[in-house]
Design a protein around this ligand. Structure first.
Ligand SMILES: C[S@@+](CC[C@H](N)C(=O)[O-])C[C@H]1O[C@@H](n2cnc3c(N)ncnc32)[C@H](O)[C@@H]1O
Length: 240
């Protein structure tokens, strides 16, 4: 039955122009989105599903992540990195949070199911405002992949100030960011994105990110290039 309806929808979709398809999809309830596009959640987090999923996992393992460690994945989306971390970590040692209930649900119901990993009991929580204390645990590692790229300065500050208390002493948060180019052209681009784009990008200097953790027990360390295919840079916040 499900495959028949998918076939019918697929046939109709071929004749509908893309702008109309997008406008219609936006009006559907979230529970229907997978009928329009079974991979919508992979696209919603930026695509490059396998590449960026593995990239973040391999980074943390290189940086010493062990199966018995506890990891907080901030803005985990639909578990692009999450499926790799959940497979590797001990049962219950992965916590993924996102403000989007729909992306998180697709991660749990589609990706985790397909990977056969539900038994690893990840903690998956919708958090609107980085209320990490609600998770009731501390973490050895945290990752925020392609999150600061979409956050204004005040939300980065809030994210860091609320991550600080839930990081164990010596714990580290690995975050990617778009590094501002040192010229007026970049500033203009930045301003116009903030004003006009629906889901804007934000560019930062390392100094701005260092300032964002002032007053916390976190120390920022610039890593820069780490092989991200879209040139996102890496900063590490270490808990003293
Ligand atoms: C580009 S996606 C990346 C998702 C994931 N880290 C990955 O690598 O696939 C950014 C995610 O951050 C989430 N996000 C944005 N602002 C947030 C906020 N204030 N609190 C929690 N999640 C947020 C979005 O819902 C989205 O799923």
């Amino acid at each position: 039955m499900a495959s028949t309806s998918a076939h019918v929808v697929g046939t109709i979709k071929r004749f509908v122009p893309v702008p109309l398809k997008r406008a219609l999809a936006r009006r559907l309830p979230a529970s229907m989105w997978h009928h329009v596009d079974p991979e919508w959640h992979r696209k919603a987090v930026g695509g490059l599903w396998d590449t960026i999923g593995k990239l973040q996992f391999e980074l943390l393992v290189r940086e010493g992540l062990q199966p018995q460690d506890r990891l907080l994945d901030i803005g985990c989306g639909s578990l692009r990195g999450g499926v790799h971390f959940i497979r590797y970590l001990d049962t219950g040692h992965y916590a993924g949070v996102d403000k989007s209930a729909e992306r998180l649900a697709a991660g749990r119901d589609v990706e985790l199911e397909a990977a056969g990993l539900a038994h690893k009991e990840p903690v998956l929580e919708v958090l609107e405002d980085f209320e990490f204390d609600r998770l009731g645990q501390t973490f050895d590692y945290a990752v925020a992949l392609s999150l600061f790229t979409h956050l204004p300065p005040e939300l980065i500050e809030r994210c860091l100030s609320r991550a600080d208390p839930v990081l164990a002493s010596g714990g580290r948060l690995f975050a990617t960011f778009l590094e501002v180019a040192d010229d007026e052209q970049q500033r203009v681009l930045d301003r116009s994105e903030r004003l006009y784009a629906k889901d804007p990008n934000f560019w930062y200097s390392f100094e701005e990110l260092r300032s964002a953790c002032a007053g916390t027990a976190l120390e920022a360390d610039y890593v820069g290039d780490w092989g991200h295919p879209r040139d996102q840079k890496l900063v590490v916040f270490a808990k003293r």
